[in-house]
Design a protein around this ligand. Structure first.
Ligand code: PAF
Length: 289
């Protein structure tokens, strides 16, 4: 497995693979890898001969006061896991490499509308940071396809929109959410939870599952969302949102718009102590109700 920090070495290697007609799949990460990331690597292997993973904690997507400084950095462990999965190249640039112009970097990628709602509302600037670094990484790696996890469902849609709008020749592939035994969606930030909060955190996926069940049974959407919020608050969560959306543009759906074929998603974000968790459940309303 090649581990490289600089763009020249990365480009020389990926150019060689392209010259040999070897398809390249890319998995961008911020490291501190868990089974969720590893499942994305497995998907990457199914779509290409060569797999490149990047590990870079991108300062541009953290607002002041967020956890950039404390974000877990576990490079040695990460590399061991990636080696075991047969990854071809791990790109581990530092900020000098990614943003050599520092404060003089004046070009940012924005995907308005889709980026302004939900996560964008609670984390202003987050998607500009994500899109800017993802586009830069795409330009560095020049992959044929890239795999993003559905846990960050809005991020997946925003990246897809950027790729469509800018005609980037990269196929975006979605990887299903990986969950702990009690249902908690895997995330590097789960490590921040103390043991009491870790025990409580399981209610997030349970509240989503119950909300879905209620909507499926024809309970009024507002009421189902409010029930989920109330359940979470009772368990000690500070809830940012629990909301039903259609699963393409994340627009609100009225009951009249929901047919048996409408792809729906319930998204939630809530804090337990200082840890902000997000989760979602995607579904199509069952035909019977
Ligand atoms: O999902 C993440 O880990 C990050 O947002 C990403 C896509 C690696 C960009 O920094």
């Amino acid at each position: 497995m090649i581990v490289c920090q600089n763009i020249k070495q990365l480009r020389e290697q990926t150019a060689m693979w392209r010259k040999n007609d070897e398809r390249i799949a890319f998995v961008p990460t911020m490291g501190n890898l868990h089974d969720g990331h590893l499942s994305l690597v497995e998907i990457a292997h199914q779509h290409a001969v060569r797999v490149v993973v990047s590990i870079y904690v991108n300062p541009l997507q953290f607002a002041p006061g967020e956890d950039f400084a404390s974000y877990p950095r576990t490079l040695e462990d990460d590399l061991k896991q990636l080696q075991m999965l047969g990854v071809d190249l791990v790109f581990t640039p530092d900020t000098q490499i990614v943003y050599p112009n520092g404060d003089q970097q004046n070009t940012f990628v924005q995907v308005p509308k889709l980026s302004d709602i939900l996560e964008g509302e609670f984390r202003p600037g987050f998607f500009t940071g994500v899109c800017t670094v993802v586009l830069k990484l795409f330009n560095m790696v020049q992959p044929d396809c890239a795999v993003f996890g559905e846990k960050d469902f809005q991020q997946l849609l925003v990246v897809r929109q950027m790729v469509n709008d800018l005609d980037l020749p990269v196929e975006i592939i979605a990887g299903a959410i990986k969950r702990e035994a009690d249902g908690l969606a895997m995330s590097s930030r789960n490590n921040y939870l103390n043991s009491a909060d870790r025990a409580t955190s399981r209610y997030l996926s349970k509240a989503l599952a119950f909300c879905r069940q209620q909507i499926d049974r024809g309970v009024n959407v507002d009421e189902a969302e409010k029930n989920a919020v109330a359940t979470l608050q009772k368990q000690g969560f500070i809830v940012d949102y629990v909301t039903l959306r259609e699963a393409e543009r994340l627009e609100k759906v009225s009951p009249a718009d929901i047919t048996a074929n409408t792809e729906l998603v319930i998204l939630a974000a809530a804090k337990l102590g200082n840890t902000r968790l997000i989760d979602n459940v995607r579904f199509v309303k069952s035909a019977k109700s």
